[in-house]
Design a protein around this ligand. Structure first.
Ligand SMILES: *Cc1c(COP(=O)(O)O)cnc(C)c1O
Length: 396
């Protein structure tokens, strides 16, 4: 068992091997009681006084600082709120304001669709000739030109786990005068990230994946501290105003990162996240990384040895992979359903990818051994070849 393993802090249902913490982290055991007390004491007894007495108003930046520690962001440079899609919109809108005259937003075809969709919507709203350019992940570097206002990339590809080199691409973007935006959805809590060292202007991410904040947990946004007082918040909501309780008729952005707040924060959901983040206290991200790579290598060797028909679509070099491993299989959906039926929980991404996430906080080598055995059985005995595993659910 590695030093980072703290499985006892998490509720993993009996017998389940959970290889989907990259999609929805499990429930930390401390959360239900802590939430019961937030509900009863704060909402229940404090009522509206909770905003002051229970620190609800400061919660988005207090929790932002806690998340910031895992991604190399200094205090007061990260704020929580909304969902990641919204934070992407805010980041890109702010970046475009920083580079008037440039019309291209550059991304890659490995990006998560909502990031691209949000940019498309923003472009339609602005209606000023902006253009979203998407190139293959390996072609990003050469596609950064002096027409590019912002480079927007997700560091770890949600399907394949392929990982971009954050520092080098940021330097490349800056060399061409473009603003760099990183989406850390599959990075925060998965791999060591040093936003300060990267010098990127903006970053965003979510907290229900590796950070275990629960379904619908709020997103985060980072603004490089030297820019935070000048950045233009496109979603100028009242809680990003400098004096929300003056109720002035015109918007005036708040100080620093506070201006990236929009409206009323999801207090209950963020309370769950704040309690969940206690599981990260004292955790060294490099140790998490080393443990994750060891589990991934064990998994790949085991699966490839037992089931040669599964094709590895993640980079073979662990240094180029995030914290997930994906295999391609024609009947991947049915195979994943059969695995889930056998208590090995991963997920499926169209058209044919079986995806497995590695989270050393609550997975160890023994779990991987069991997972490999069951995958071998499901595949060798064609247990997936059953009509009950072939009807697609809404969420795959
Ligand atoms: C998970 C994920 C999202 C999800 O966005 P929500 O608004 O939280 O639903 C967006 N972008 C990336 C890169 C993701 O991995």
């Amino acid at each position: 068992m590695s030093d980072v393993n703290r499985k006892s802090l998490f509720h993993i249902p009996d017998g389940v091997i959970y290889l989907d913490g990259n999609s929805l982290g499990p429930l930390p055991r401390a959360v239900p009681d802590a939430m019961a007390s937030v509900l009863a004491e704060e909402w229940g007894n404090l009522l509206i006084k909770g905003w002051n007495a229970a620190g609800w108003m400061e919660q988005p930046s207090r929790v932002g600082d806690i998340v910031g520690r895992l991604i190399g962001a200094p205090a007061r440079s990260v704020v929580m709120g909304d969902t990641l899609s919204i934070k992407v919109y805010q980041a890109v809108a702010a970046a475009l304001k920083m580079r008037p005259g440039r019309k291209v937003i550059l991304s890659d075809t490995g990006n998560f669709p909502t990031d691209l969709y949000m940019v498309e919507g923003l472009i339609r709203t602005l209606d000023q000739g902006y253009e979203l350019q998407t190139v293959a992940p390996d072609d990003v570097e050469s596609a950064i030109t002096e027409n590019v206002a912002a480079v927007m990339l997700t560091q770890v590809d949600y399907r394949t786990g392929r990982m971009h080199d954050m520092n080098s691409l940021t330097a490349q973007a800056h060399a061409k005068g473009a603003v760099m935006i990183w989406d850390l959805a599959h990075s925060a809590g998965a791999i060591p990230v040093d936003l300060s060292a990267s010098n990127a202007e903006l970053a965003v991410g979510c907290t229900y994946k590796y950070l275990n904040g629960g379904p619908g947990a709020p997103a985060f946004i980072y603004v490089r501290p030297d820019l935070a007082d000048t950045i233009d918040p496109a979603l100028s909501g009242w809680l990003g105003h400098s004096e929300p309780f003056e109720f002035k008729l015109n918007y005036k952005p708040g100080e620093g990162i506070e201006r990236m707040r929009v409206g009323t924060p999801p207090v209950l959901q963020m309370a769950a996240l704040e309690f969940a983040m206690k599981a990260w206290e004292g955790v060294d991200m490099q140790e998490v990384r080393d443990a994750s790579v060891a589990l991934q290598e064990q998994f790949i060797a085991g699966v490839e040895g037992a089931v040669p028909s599964l094709e590895l679509v993640s980079p073979r070099d662990p240094a180029r992979r995030g914290s997930q491993v994906s295999f391609r299989f024609e009947h991947g959906y049915a195979a994943m359903q059969a695995l889930i039926h056998n208590d090995i929980i991963g997920d499926f991404r169209a058209p044919d990818i079986m995806r497995f996430g590695f989270t050393p906080l609550y997975l160890d080598a023994g779990d991987i051994e069991i997972a490999v055995e069951r995958i071998a059985r499901v595949m060798q005995d064609r247990l997936w070849d059953n009509p009950k595993f072939k009807t697609r659910n809404r969420v795959t």
